[in-house]
Design a binder for this molecule. Structure first.
Ligand code: SF4
Length: 373
């Protein structure tokens, strides 16, 4: 059983302290500091057996991420979840809360918690005070739910724990880049963290790092992996077996989520203002879009990448719309690029995806045209 499956199996969805979160960058430290249990409902495609409930409420052209999260909240054990936290990201996520409320009609009541992240850049409207108001309103509601006042000490203690997990993830990513860990194991443990208490995730990451072997003598082609989610587990294994070395991660659920974090602060609004101001660029954080291409190019240079693999969620226009121009930039840097589409039911088909990854790995292993081997 994978660590992600184990984490999901251990969840008590009816626990009143549980808060389901969408999308990937919720204020987990804040929830944790109040003694609540945030889980981020992302990466469920291989753990949701059917999408019938989601299909009854969503158009067929909604991405698998949102479909699986909706199914998890509307059917099965997740239908006992009592609270959901949302913030504005893509259009799909902006419209999901009310749809899920409708879907729950007649079932267990669902409370929606939210804040709105201003997506203004320097020189545009000053939105700091607006965000402080959003943070204060959320904290006020959390005080009611937990029947405890906001504690700066507890908040900073939670920030330190999440920072510890972030540092371990960074170490594990470095071991992955050296070939000391395989992508399948790394991605499984990293993704399990979205569903585990941070303390348990730290233990799991320590255990993963203890399994890291010596670097293999020869390195295969180096690639940067990009997308909202890591490839499905089978495809991770295909990448591993093809000898590809993942030396950089531009995956929202992996590298983008832990690449940069501010030091713990007593004021939660200050902390999240700093966090989002310095966040790794992500198409779901619209204000960061202008920095994205330079960031990815720099990541590829630092990673000494030979290739760039984009694992795109079908219908995720936010990510796909970037790709033609990003690929052009990266090809100008001498990188070869591959786009793979993931969808419910297999998208391009697992076997076809595997063939394309193997062919790409073989191509990367060849010297570029015009060079003698
Ligand atoms: S950012 Fe893309 S993958 Fe994520 S919920 Fe929105 S459309 Fe789906």
């Amino acid at each position: 059983m994978s660590q992600l499956a184990r984490a999901l199996a251990g969840l008590d969805w009816a626990d009143p302290r549980l808060i389901g979160c969408l999308p990937l960058y919720p204020p987990r430290e804040l929830f944790h500091g109040f003694g609540l249990k945030p889980v981020v409902l992302w990466g469920l495609a291989e753990h949701v057996p059917a999408l019938d409930k989601a299909a009854a409420h969503l158009q067929s052209y909604v991405c698998a991420v949102a479909q699986c999260a909706s199914q998890a909240v509307l059917a099965g054990p997740g239908a006992r979840l009592g609270r959901l936290f949302f913030y504005n990201a893509c259009d799909t996520i902006r419209n999901l809360p009310e749809i899920l409320l409708q879907g729950r009609a007649g079932g267990k009541p669902l409370e929606l918690l939210r804040w709105h992240l201003p997506q203004t850049t320097a020189g545009q409207a000053e939105a700091t005070d607006y965000f402080r108001g959003q943070a204060a309103a959320l904290i006020g509601r959390l005080e009611q739910i937990s029947q405890a006042r906001f504690s700066p000490e507890a908040f900073m203690g939670s920030c330190r724990l999440y920072d510890q997990a972030r540092q371990l993830l960074t170490q594990a990513q470095a071991a992955l880049a050296l070939g000391r860990l395989c992508l399948a194991d790394f991605a499984d443990v990293a993704m399990a963290g979205w569903f585990l208490p941070v303390e348990e995730h730290i233990t799991l990451l320590d255990e993963l790092l203890a399994t890291a072997g010596p670097p293999p003598p020869a390195s295969g082609p180096r690639v940067v992996l990009s997308g909202i989610l890591p490839p499905p587990a089978d495809l991770c294994r295909v990448l591993d077996e093809a000898g590809l070395r993942v030396t950089g991660l531009d995956v929202a659920a992996l590298g983008r989520s832990y690449a940069r974090r501010p030091a713990p602060m007593a004021d939660a609004a200050d902390y999240y203002l700093a966090l989002f101001a310095g966040h790794a660029p992500c198409p779901t954080l619209l204000a960061s879009a202008g920095r994205r291409f330079d960031h990815v190019v720099e990541l590829c240079r630092r990673s000494q990448a030979d290739g760039f693999i984009f694992v795109g969620e079908k219908f995720c226009e936010y990510e796909w719309f970037d790709m033609p121009l990003l690929f052009e930039r990266l090809r100008g840097e001498g990188l070869r690029c591959l786009a793979l589409e993931i969808a419910p039911g297999g998208g391009d088909g697992a076997a076809a995806l595997a063939n394309r990854v193997q062919a790409f790995a073989e191509m990367l292993a060849q010297p570029p045209a015009g060079e003698k081997s």
